[in-house]
Design a protein around this ligand. Sequence first.
Ligand SMILES: Nc1ncnc2c1ncn2[C@@H]1O[C@H](COP(=O)(O)OP(=O)(O)O)[C@@H](O)[C@H]1O
Ligand SMILES: [Mg+2]
Length: 375
Amino acid sequence: MFNNDDILAALNNVAGPDGKTPLPQSGAISGVSIREGKVFLSISVTPEQAPHCEPMRLAAEEALKALPGAKGALAVLTSERAPQSAPQAAPQNAPRGGHGHAPRGASQGSGVEGIKKIVAVASGKGGVGKSTTSANLAIGLARLGLKVGLLDADLFGPSQPRLFGLSGRPDLAEGGALVPMEKFGVKVMSIGFLVPDDAAIVWRGPMVMSALTQLLRDVSWGELDVLVVDMPPGTGDTQLTMAQNVGLAGAVIVSTPQDLALIDARRGIAMFNQVHVPIIGLFENMSYFLCPHCGGRTEIFAHGGARAEAEKMDVPFLGDAPLDAMVRETSDAGLPVVAKDPESPQAKPYLALAEKVRDALNQAPAKKAPKIAVE
Ligand SMILES: Nc1ncnc2c1ncn2[C@@H]1O[C@H](COP(=O)(O)OP(=O)(O)O)[C@@H](O)[C@H]1O
Ligand SMILES: [Mg+2]
């Protein structure tokens, strides 16, 4: 079996981020761990270096895989967290880098082997319940009998490990692909499985691209009917990378009913329109308050804002879920409400959302002649 010294010796032949200094001496190695014969390596680079670092990352991975007795290797690029979170591009910048790059439409399949449809769950702003909705939607789709994956694309603040109560590192399959973790019938992959909780990482531009590509394509998803993607908030690099590099079958926009959130939701819808990703619809989360004591409903905000907004924007309205302590508690406990108590009134809106998403995907033009479902 090899040890740390063998790892550093193997990496000696790989040039670090400056293109000259061997990686072990470059100071860029921010973490090495060995688990069951598999090597995980994180390399810290600056945003300026990042565009040139993909060959280095690959070379490091190859060098580690070649260690006698190594069962696999995974190298990821990380960067120190900047004082502010990474800038989110404004929607008018949406086609940045995308000129002449025709986005794939819903009709073209996902472009990722084995995955039939990819659905993005997005919002204009953070904290509206996108991750909660993604988790419950994915579990709901699995309950409908679909083969479901969930990609946590929020590289800045991954939530799915907590929501699913999953921790530890994913296994590496033959050939080095990451094996997604599986729970509640959903295959989950998150950057949170690859880097420690407190690892300072901010991925930008090309790094976002490289990390997302790894999380999406270097994963043994197997056959999936649908991959749900939990997006970071806003209209930044991740959204554009996804929209431009894979075929998104559609986007679900999550919003709370307040005007401010709705303005951001509108921005999100505009961005997806701009890159020709069909909007499956708008879902209103934390819509009204469900009293845990009397079961009564209180409209805290101007409830119905999202429905009105959906009508105005001419996109389907996908329902509303209450602001409810049980939703938050179950999420924090790693047991989302649809998994914990699918019969509860709190789970119903998310299950209904899953049915609507499934129906929308069935309607989206497929490569083959569409099946006509008789209900
Ligand atoms: N319907 C809901 N009722 C109560 N709390 C919720 C609800 N949806 C989300 N939350 C809570 O709000 C916070 C933000 O939700 P999260 O899903 O992480 O949002 P986002 O991914 O949009 O940032 C979390 O603490 C979550 O548990
Ligand atoms: Mg989130």
